[in-house]
Design a binder for this molecule. Structure first.
Ligand code: PGA
Length: 254
C-alpha cells in the first residue's frame, strides 16, 4: 500500500448468494467493518442480488458493484446488461475482464476494452482484471503479457477517465486454486502494470492508479501482500463469502 493511493478491498461474489443470502451476509459484515475507512469496501454481486445487497448496505460505507457490463447501450443482446441499466440502479462499480469471463465466455481484450469504455462513458468506476496464465509465467513472459493487456484493455481511455479505473492484477493460476502469488511476485507484477500505465499516461496517472492483487487472497496472507508498495488492495473471491475472513482482510488494510 502507498499513502498516495486509495486502498480498495473488493469482494467478487461470482455466482454466489441469493438476495436473502446477500442480505444476511451484508447484515453480518456491516458492524464488523463500521468505521474502518482507511480503505474502500466494495462487494460485486450477481445482477439479481444487487438491489438486496444495496438495501442492506444502506447507512454504511460498503458499496455494491456489478460483475460485468455490456458495451452496447441497448438492443438485441440476450442475457446482457448495459451500463445505463446499472447506473439507473445506483451501481457505480463494475468488474470487467475477469479471467473467468475470458476463459469460459469468450471475452477478449477487444470486448474488455469496449466494455470498459462503455462503463466509463456512463460514469462508472471500472475494476479491470488482467493477469497471466500459468504457462506464460513459466515461460518468463508475465511482464510482456500484462503490459500488452494493459495497453489493449485501456485503448482509447483518457487520462481523466483513469481516475475511475482500478486495475486488479489476477494471475490466472492463483484464482480459486489456493495458490497465491508470493508478495514479491505480486509487487513485481503490479509494478510492471504501473510501468505500462506510465508509458501510456505518464508518471502522475501511473502513480495514482490503484492496482489490486487478486488470487486466493485470504485472512492469512493479506497483510503481507498489502505491505508491498505496489499492491493497493485486493479483489477477493472465496474469502469474500465469509464475513470473518473478509473482515480480517479489511483489518489488514487499516
Ligand atoms: P479467489 O478469486 O480469491 O477465490 O481466488 C479471486 C477472483 O477471482 O477475483
Amino acid at each position: 500500500m502507498n499513502a498516495k493511493r486509495r486502498t480498495v478491498i473488493a469482494g467478487n461474489w461470482k455466482m454466489n448468494f441469493t438476495p436473502a443470502e446477500a442480505t444476511a451476509f451484508i447484515n453480518e459484515i456491516k458492524p464488523l467493518v463500521a468505521g474502518k475507512d482507511a480503505c474502500d469496501i466494495i462487494f460485486c454481486a450477481p445482477y439479481v442480488t444487487i438491489a438486496a445487497a444495496q438495501a442492506a448496505a444502506e447507512g454504511s460505507h460498503i458499496k455494491i458493484g456489478a460483475e460485468n457490463v455490456h458495451f452496447a447501450e441497448k438492443g438485441a443482446y440476450t442475457g446482457e446488461v448495459s451500463a445505463k441499466m446499472l447506473t439507473a440502479c445506483g451501481v457505480e462499480y463494475v468488474i470487467i475482464g475477469h479471467s473467468e469471463r475470458r476463459q469460459y465466455f469468450g471475452e477478449t481484450d477487444e470486448t474488455v476494452n469496449l466494455r470498459t469504455k462503455a462503463a466509463l462513458a456512463a460514469g462508472m468506476t471500472v475494476i479491470l482484471c488482467l493477469g497471466e496464465v500459468k504457462e506464460q509465467r513459466l515461460a518468463g513472459i508475465t511482464k510482456e503479457v500484462v503490459s500488452m493487456q494493459t495497453k489493449l484493455d485501456l485503448a482509447g481511455v483518457t487520462a481523466e477517465e483513469m481516475k475511475r479505473v482500478i486495475i486488479a492484477y489476477e494471475p490466472v493460476w492463483a484464482i480459486g486454486t489456493g495458490l497465491t502469488a508470493t508478495p514479491e511476485q505480486a509487487d513485481e507484477t503490479c509494478g510492471q502494470i504501473r510501468d505500462a500505465l506510465c508509458e501510456l499516461y505518464g508518471k502522475e496517472v501511473a502513480e495514482s492508479t490503484t492496482i489490486q492483487y487478486g488470487g486466493s487472497m485470504n485472512e492469512k496472507n493479506a497483510a503481507e501482500l498489502l505491505s508491498k508498495p505496489n499492491v493497493d488492495g485486493g479483489l477477493i473471491g472465496g474469502a469474500s463469502l465469509v464475513a470473518a475472513k473478509f473482515n480480517a482482510i479489511v483489518d489488514a488494510a487499516q
